[in-house]
Design a protein around this ligand. Structure first.
Ligand code: SF4
Ligand code: SF4
Length: 431
């Protein structure tokens, strides 16, 4: 009974802390502007099934993609067993679901998957730490992001070890009462290691692994909101609300579009309703971005596929689209802590642009969309870059000189060239 009470208290505390952390992330995301992405629900569900659940963009790099699918599927499916552990823990039962006719098949499948997860995690650890894959060692991958990835991989291996050792010790305990008990294939291989142990030792190992497994899962649950691994949950809504428009189609500000149309055609009648000008053109801080852009930042897996495909990054420019997403998330976290401390946001004299992302990074982007194309969870770093640029141009006139010249020409001549519209046909005079 005492262990049931302890288990119930630990479970409740884990749920409370997890809920609190998730609510803070949700609040931070809702600091952004509302954007309506309720259109085309059928297409959105299809994209989510393909990209988030089917992981279709992961397998464009087959080796890492297949291993990731193994870890993802293994971890999710094996955690079905957590349901049994939770019931056993609260009710004080032992393998409460063992009456199910397919129970043996399920545990056997879980054990094979557990081995697959362990092998995949070990390969990931080797690739990151010994193989030193370039995209995991670029400059925004400081010691914390690298440690974060290692913590999760090692935790997953430890949880799978506990799961298999739990089954092995339980098999030996069951066999002491019923010699015909068959056990399960993988854990049977481990029983040899424990076979000389006394009943007391076996029971201790079984209890220890049981508690380690469930406490590990609850700790994992509470670690995830503070880690890049929050993408385990956010990848699904993130893909659902992704931009379905063709890549390269930019959103125009209605008030600016109206001015441009009038400028290009002064005879055009002004629209009956004047679109309201936005509070700020473009984005300087996270409050100027929209909720999907902010959700993007919390969904980033820090895989670096975007950065490794970015032509600006490849040619040695300062820009890394992964860093754009990491900076946005870090700034959100900073603003969130400010709100926690003061009850509301108190100006800290900082902003996403300038304090986290420099103008040099923003102007290095070629707007090629390679980062958007490559991202396995449909994140759009380019949309943030474009909004930061808009702020620089429209609020600060702080564009590179070449661009300023081109914009002046458009304003004065209606074309990017340095001659008036009346001279456009000069080239025909010699014909
Ligand atoms: S759109 Fe910009 S950030 Fe993205 S890959 Fe192209 S150059 Fe890099
Ligand atoms: S934005 Fe996408 S591709 Fe880039 S690091 Fe994040 S998850 Fe990976």
């Amino acid at each position: 009974m005492i262990s049931q009470i302890i288990f119930s208290v630990v479970l409740l505390a884990a749920i409370v802390f997890f809920t609190r952390a998730v609510r803070k992330i949700s609040r931070n995301i809702h600091l952004g502007k509302v954007i309506d992405r309720s259109d085309r629900p059928g297409e959105r569900w299809k994209t989510m099934l393909l990209v988030a659940i089917g992981q279709s963009k992961m397998v464009t790099r087959p080796f890492a993609g297949v291993l990731h699918i193994l870890v993802y599927a293994g971890f999710i499916i094996i955690n079905i067993e957590v349901l049994e552990i939770l019931i056993d823990g609260v009710a004080g039962t032992h393998r409460v679901l063992s009456f199910l006719p397919f129970y043996g098949f399920l545990i056997t499948a879980f054990e094979y998957l557990a081995v697959g997860v362990m092998v995949a995690c070990a390969i990931f650890l080797i690739r990151r730490n010994i193989g030193k894959l370039k995209r995991f060692w670029s400059k925004e991958m400081t010691s914390w992001p690298r440690t974060d990835a290692n913590i999760i991989l090692i935790t997953e291996i430890a949880l799978m070890c506990a799961f298999l050792t739990l089954d092995a010790s339980d098999t030996l305990i069951q066999r002491s009462a019923n010699a015909a008990y068959s056990g399960f294939p993988i854990s049977n291989l481990l029983t040899g290691m424990l076979s000389g142990s006394s009943m007391g030792t076996l029971e201790f190992i079984e209890h220890f692994c049981w508690w380690f497994h469930i406490i590990g899962i609850l700790a994992f649950l509470n670690y995830v909101p503070y880690s890049k691994h929050f993408h385990i949950l956010l990848a699904f809504p993130n893909v659902y609300y992704s931009n379905l428009n063709p890549k390269g189609q930019f959103t125009n500000l209605a008030s600016v579009t109206r001015e441009i149309k009038l400028m290009l055609d002064p005879s055009a009648a002004p629209p009956a309703e004047t679109p309201a000008a936005p509070e700020r053109f473009g984005a300087k801080d996270i409050f100027d971005l929209n909720t999907v852009q902010l959700m993007n930042a919390y969904s980033c897996t820090e895989c670096g596929r975007c950065t490794s495909s970015c032509p600006a990054n490849q040619t040695g420019k300062m820009l890394s689209p992964r860093k754009i997403m990491m900076d946005t998330r870090d700034r959100m976290e900073e603003v969130g802590k400010n709100i926690d401390k003061n009850g509301k946001f108190v100006d800290d004299g900082k902003s996403l642009l300038f304090n986290y992302i420099t103008a040099e990074e923003v102007w290095a982007c070629t707007s090629c969309n390679a980062c958007v194309q490559e991202c396995p969870v449909d994140i759009d770093p380019l949309s943030i870059i474009v909004d930061l640029r808009r702020f620089l141009v429209m609020e600060q006139s702080a564009q590179p000189q070449e661009l300023a010249l081109m914009l002046n020409n458009i304003e004065n001549n209606g074309a990017p060239w340095q001659f008036p519209a009346s001279d456009r046909l000069n080239w025909t005079s010699a014909l």
